[in-house]
Ligand binder design. Structure first.
Ligand SMILES: Cc1cc2nc3c(=O)[nH]c(=O)nc-3n(C[C@H](O)[C@H](O)[C@H](O)COP(=O)(O)OP(=O)(O)OC[C@H]3O[C@@H](n4cnc5c(N)ncnc54)[C@H](O)[C@@H]3O)c2cc1C
Length: 491
C-alpha cells in the first residue's frame, strides 16, 4: 500500500513536470486548457516538446518555417469537428494542412502559434467504376492517388509531384499533364465534405451550398473551412501513352526565339491529348511532353510543331509507356517507392508565376528573360506549362479564372544556404515585378502562392474576388480560417 502511494506521488510529480513543460513551451494562452479540450481527439496530437515535432513541421520549402502550438492529426470528420470547436472555444487560430506543400508554408498558417489540423490520416480512397467517381480523403498525396486509381484503370487530372497533397492542390486549381484533356483537378470535383467554423459538416455540391462549391473550386485553400473528402470525376487511363523529351540549343538565341515562336503559334493548335512543359534556365532549353495515346499518333500529332521548331540537339525521345510508367517518369522521383510513399525533399526556394495570354511572350520579353537568367546570381528555372483544351473551358461554377491562358510560367529560384535567403528572394521578386508589369498578363496562379505579390487579390481571382468575399462572410463571418493571403471577410 505504502509502495503504491509512493508510486502515485512520483507519477503525480512527473505529470506536474510535464505539464509545466507544456506551459513553458507554449507562448500564448494556457496550454492545459487546450490539451484538455483536445484530449478526446482519436488521432495523434503532438506538441512542440515532443521529439518528433521538429521533423513534422519541415516540408518542401525551408526558406520559411513557423512553429505551431500543436499538430492535430485527425483520423476522421469527428476529430476535425472537435478540433474546430476547441479552436473556437479557446479563441485560437486553426489551419488545415494536407500535403504541407504551400510555397509560403500556409499549411502552417504562415505565422507561429496556430493549431494545425493535419489531414494525413484522412486518406481513404473509394472508387466507383460504374459511376466513374472516386471519394478521396483530403490527406492523400498525389502519388498515392495516381497509384490507387491506376489499379482500377482510372486517373484524375492533377499535378505530378507525388508528395503534393490533394487537399491544397485541388482547392487552388491543380494543373498537370492531363489538364488539356480533362481540365484541372478542381474542375473534376463533384462534391465535398467540409467542416465549417461552427464545427458542422457541410455537404457541398452544385446544388447543396452551391455558392461554397464555386468558392472552393479554385479559391478554397484555407479560407472557408476544412475540406475532409472530395468526390472526383475520374477518367479511364489510356492503354498506352507516349512520353516525350526534346532538347534544344540554348546558346543560340535565334533558335531560342524560334522555339518560343513555335510554342506560341503551334502550341494552341495541338491536339488536347498532348501536354507540353518547356524549361529554360541559364544553360539548357528543353521540352518534356506527354501524349495520351500510342507513339505513332504522338509523332504525327507533333509533326507540325517539330517542323517549325529549331533542330533538336539530340534525337527527340518518343517513348511508349503505360499510363502509370509515365506517372513514375514525370514525377521525377528518385525511385518507384517514393511515388507511393512520398517524402519531402526540403530546399530553399522562392517561386513566382505569370499567366501569359494572347500571342505569347514577345521577342523583347524573351530577351529580357534570357538576359536575367544569364546574369542572375541564384539558380533560376523558368517552366512554361502549355494551357488550352479543357483547362481553358470557362466554368461559372469554378473560381479558377485563368481560362484564356496560353501558358503559365513558373519561375523558381533555388539556393543552398539560409544566408542566401534575402539576396535570392529579392532578386527574383524584383525581376518578377517588372516582368509582369511589362510582358505578361497581370494574373498569377494561386497554387503557386507568393506572399510578396502585390494586389494578389486580383492577380489570383480577378473580378470574382468580391463574390468570394461575400461567400466568405456567409460561411466564416468571424474569419476563423485565415492566413496572410486568405479571402477576407471585408474587401
Ligand atoms: C514540388 C512541388 C510541385 C508542384 N507541382 C504542381 C503542379 O504540377 N501543378 C500545380 O497546379 N501545382 C503544383 N504545385 C503547387 C501545389 O499545388 C500547391 O503548393 C498546393 O497548395 C499544395 O497543397 P498541399 O495540400 O500539399 O499543401 P498545404 O500546405 O497543406 O496546403 C496549401 C493551402 O491549402 C490549405 N489547405 C490544405 N488542405 C486543405 C483542406 N483539406 N481544406 C481546406 N484548405 C486546405 C492550407 O491551409 C494552405 O493554405 C507544386 C508544389 C510543389 C512544392
Amino acid at each position: 500500500m505504502k509502495l503504491i502511494k509512493q508510486f502515485d506521488i512520483i507519477l503525480l510529480l512527473l505529470w506536474c513536470i510535464l505539464s509545466f513543460n507544456f506551459i513553458e513551451n507554449i507562448n500564448s494562452g494556457p496550454i492545459s486548457s487546450l490539451s484538455s479540450c483536445l484530449s478526446s481527439i482519436e488521432g495523434p496530437v503532438i506538441y512542440p516538446n515532443d521529439t518528433l515535432f521538429p521533423s513534422l513541421i519541415i516540408d518542401q520549402n525551408i526558406r520559411v518555417n513557423y512553429t505551431p502550438t500543436v499538430l492535430v492529426y485527425a483520423i476522421d470528420n469527428k476529430d476535425v469537428q472537435k478540433a474546430v470547436k476547441c479552436a473556437v472555444e479557446l479563441k485560437r487560430d486553426i489551419v488545415p494542412r494536407s500535403g504541407g506543400h504551400s510555397y509560403e508554408k500556409y499549411g502552417l498558417g504562415g505565422r507561429d502559434n496556430v493549431i494545425v489540423l493535419d489531414l494525413t490520416f484522412v486518406n481513404g480512397i473509394t472508387i466507383n467504376s460504374e459511376t466513374e467517381t472516386a471519394k478521396i480523403g483530403a490527406g492523400n498525396r498525389l502519388g498515392n492517388v495516381y497509384n490507387q486509381l491506376n489499379q482500377a484503370g482510372f486517373l484524375i487530372p492533377a499535378g505530378l509531384c507525388p508528395s503534393v497533397g490533394i487537399g491544397g492542390h485541388a482547392l487552388g486549381g491543380g494543373f498537370g499533364y492531363y489538364s488539356r484533356k480533362y481540365g484541372l483537378a478542381c474542375d473534376n470535383i463533384i462534391s465535398m465534405e467540409m467542416v465549417n467554423a461552427k464545427g458542422e459538416i457541410l455537404q457541398v455540391d452544385s446544388i447543396l451550398n452551391s455558392d461554397l462549391y464555386i468558392a472552393l473550386r479554385g479559391a478554397g485553400g484555407g479560407s472557408y473551412g476544412i475540406v475532409t473528402y472530395f468526390v472526383f470525376r475520374i477518367h479511364r487511363t489510356p492503354p498506352q501513352v507516349t512520353y516525350m523529351e526534346l532538347a534544344f540549343n540554348r546558346a543560340n538565341m535565334t533558335q531560342v526565339y524560334q522555339l518560343f515562336d513555335t510554342f506560341n503559334e503551334v502550341g494552341p493548335l495541338l491536339d488536347d491529348g498532348i501536354a507540353l512543359k518547356m524549361r529554360l534556365n541559364k544553360s539548357s532549353l528543353s521540352i518534356t511532353g506527354l501524349y495520351l495515346g500510342p507513339c505513332a499518333e504522338a509523332q504525327n500529332a507533333m509533326k507540325e510543331f517539330l517542323s517549325k521548331a529549331p533542330e533538336p540537339i539530340s534525337i527527340p525521345k518518343f517513348i511508349p509507356q503505360t499510363f502509370y510508367e509515365s506517372v513514375e517518369t514525370l514525377s521525377k522521383s528518385p525511385n518507384k517507392y517514393e511515388v507511393v510513399n512520398p517524402v519531402h525533399h526540403p530546399n530553399f526556394f522562392k517561386a513566382k508565376s505569370f499567366v501569359v495570354k494572347g500571342k505569347g511572350l514577345t521577342r523583347q520579353a524573351i530577351k529580357v528573360l534570357v538576359d536575367f537568367l544569364n546574369g542572375a546570381s541564384c539558380k533560376i528555372l523558368a517552366s512554361f506549362d502549355l494551357f488550352g483544351g479543357a483547362a481553358n473551358v470557362y466554368d461559372s461554377s469554378s473560381s479558377f479564372i485563368h481560362r484564356d491562358a496560353l501558358y503559365c510560367i513558373q519561375m523558381e529560384s533555388d539556393w543552398e544556404t539560409k544566408e542566401q535567403n534575402t539576396k535570392c528572394t529579392d532578386e527574383i521578386n524584383e525581376f518578377g515585378r517588372n516582368f509582369q508589369l511589362n510582358f505578361t498578363s497581370d494574373e498569377s496562379y494561386q497554387d503557386f502562392i507568393d506572399r510578396d505579390l502585390d494586389d494578389w487579390q486580383t492577380r489570383y481571382y480577378g473580378n470574382i474576388f468580391g463574390k468570394l468575399v461575400k461567400i466568405k462572410r456567409k460561411y466564416d463571418p468571424n474569419n476563423l480560417f485565415n492566413f496572410p493571403q486568405s479571402i477576407p471577410v471585408q474587401v
